[in-house]
Ligand binder design. Structure first.
Ligand SMILES: [Zn+2]
Length: 76
């Protein structure tokens, strides 16, 4: 089977572009998973001891890690 140079180069360029698109999609997906975990964290401020901490929770109250006081979520 005789394949011309044009068809061969188009095949190589197509494979390279496909690989680049798959790589970009995987990189985006990995970044999405990485930042999703960070985004779910909420900042809390303890009015008892002044401690600022972050907890992965959607609740409005969390107990302070240093004194155990129920602290409210920070709002910006
Ligand atoms: Zn505290």
């Amino acid at each position: 089977m005789d394949v011309g140079f044009g068809i061969f180069s188009a095949f190589i360029i197509g494979i390279a572009l496909l690989g680049a698109f798959i790589g970009m999609a995987l990189y985006d997906y990995r970044n999405l998973l990485w930042y999703q975990g960070k985004r779910e964290r909420q900042a809390f401020h303890c009015i008892q001891c002044g401690c600022v901490f972050a907890v992965r929770s959607s609740k409005r109250l969390a107990s302070c890690p240093s004194c155990g006081w129920g602290s409210q979520r920070l709002r910006f």
